[in-house]
Design a protein around this ligand. Structure first.
Ligand SMILES: [Fe+2]
Ligand SMILES: [Fe+2]
Length: 393
């Protein structure tokens, strides 16, 4: 296999072309669980090597789940029924956001991400000097990139929510799921409107995000769809939205994120409810272990590889290697904060659904993620509490 050392000795131009493939192979051989490898590898090939998310429209994905009907309409899950009631009461209209606000992401007073988000000093020491305006533009590109990934994630969430509404066996879960489909449709609407009319820029889907969405949409097992979307992608998105909500000086985006966070808090709560007992009582130990390893793989995929390469390709492809860019982004204060807040939300949810056994803990520990183990999970925190916590921080 090509190692980092071999890569370092390649001429810049060849290295630039080979590096994404090497990353793909490293990703697909990172897990020791053969079942996880088998279920993730085809998505890895489609996302990282064939770059299906970047090959124009449409992207067609076959789905293989079973649609679960129940003609007796049982009240089987009181907590899900309560979430359904709350979701109906808390519906909102994206048109009511203050869209009249004039957004100028290059204005230092109204920047979407704070000036300290990127460490421009580190760029300078790598030989790249940007003017003040270029720094603000790069900052704005990163903000557009993040919001674009939020939007693409929301499209995945919209279809995954529809699939799990069909596939789940709890009737109260199906009713609740119908509200989530509406919520996700609204999130697609507002993020797209914001990018289209305020940022005038939309980035393509990040290859790693594509891999995760492809894997969960095509997996026939409802609980893997749930785990992928409701716990992993939504949990991480909740953290990312929260960080941006805290950081942004732009009032329209702040309001938009506040509304979206309250919906997402319900979605993650639903994921925890649906999976908690299923993982504990319904699965064999080897099935549970497979989910545990799958979740860890996805956590790593999001921690290590969600690094704005699409911005790199636009700005620095001929000036920095991917590795240098990755090191720069990983060390930047804004991304570090993102990672921290994302895992603060995610790890307690994994604990609550029984995917943090003593066997896997050392892996999370090595990845620096065990410090979040004792936090509150989604079933212990409402959307209002999350917003209050973010406002107080
Ligand atoms: Fe959403
Ligand atoms: Fe959601």
């Amino acid at each position: 296999m090509i190692t980092d050392k071999v890569l370092d000795n390649l001429p810049q131009e060849i290295r630039r072309r080979v590096e994404p493939y090497v990353e793909a192979v490293q990703l697909m051989t990172a897990t020791n669980n053969a079942k996880v490898l088998r279920s993730m590898a085809p998505s890895g090939v489609r996302g990282l090597i064939l770059q299906r998310g970047k090959q124009g429209v449409p992207t067609l994905m076959p789905s293989h789940h079973k649609v679960h009907f129940d003609w007796t309409y049982p009240n089987d899950q009181p907590e899900m029924r309560e979430l359904y009631t709350r979701a109906k009461e808390q519906q909102w209209n994206g048109d009511d956001l203050p869209w009249h606000i004039d957004v100028d992401p290059e204005n230092p007073e109204k920047q979407i991400l704070s000036k300290q988000f990127m460490d421009f000093e580190a760029l300078r020491s790598a030989g790249i000097r940007l003017t003040d305006l270029e720094e603000r533009r790069l900052n704005s590109s990163v903000a557009s990139w993040m919001l674009s990934q939020f939007l693409h994630g929301e499209q995945g969430a919209l279809f995954a929510a529809a699939q799990v509404t069909e596939a789940v066996q709890f009737f109260d879960g199906k009713l609740y799921g119908s509200t989530q489909v509406v919520d996700e449709g609204r999130h697609v609407e507002v993020f797209h409107r914001y990018l289209d009319t305020k940022m005038n820029k939309l980035y393509q889907i990040n290859d790693n995000l594509f891999v995760i969405i492809d894997a969960l949409i095509q997996d026939s097992r409802w609980d893997v769809k749930f785990l992928g979307m409701q716990i992993m992608v939504e949990g991480l998105a909740l953290g990312a939205f929260g960080t941006m909500y805290q950081m942004t000086k732009e009032p329209l985006l702040k309001e938009l994120l506040k509304m979206v966070i309250q919906d997402e808090a319900r979605h993650v709560h639903y994921g925890v409810l649906a999976l908690r007992d299923h993982f504990r009582y319904e699965l064999s130990e080897s099935e549970r272990r497979e989910r545990e390893d799958w979740a860890f793989e996805v956590a790593l995929l999001m921690r290590n590889r969600f690094l704005s390469f699409e911005v790199y390709e636009e700005w620095f492809e001929h000036k920095l290697t991917r590795k240098e860019w990755a090191a720069f982004v990983t060390a930047s204060p804004g991304f570090a904060l993102f990672r921290q807040v994302m895992f603060k939300r995610l790890v307690p949810n994994l604990r609550d659904i029984g995917l943090m056994s003593d066997r896997i803990k050392p892996h999370y520990d090595r990845a620096g993620l065990m410090e979040y183990f004792g936090g509150a999970s989604a079933s212990q925190l409402s959307g209002d509490q999350m917003i209050a916590e973010l406002d107080a921080a």
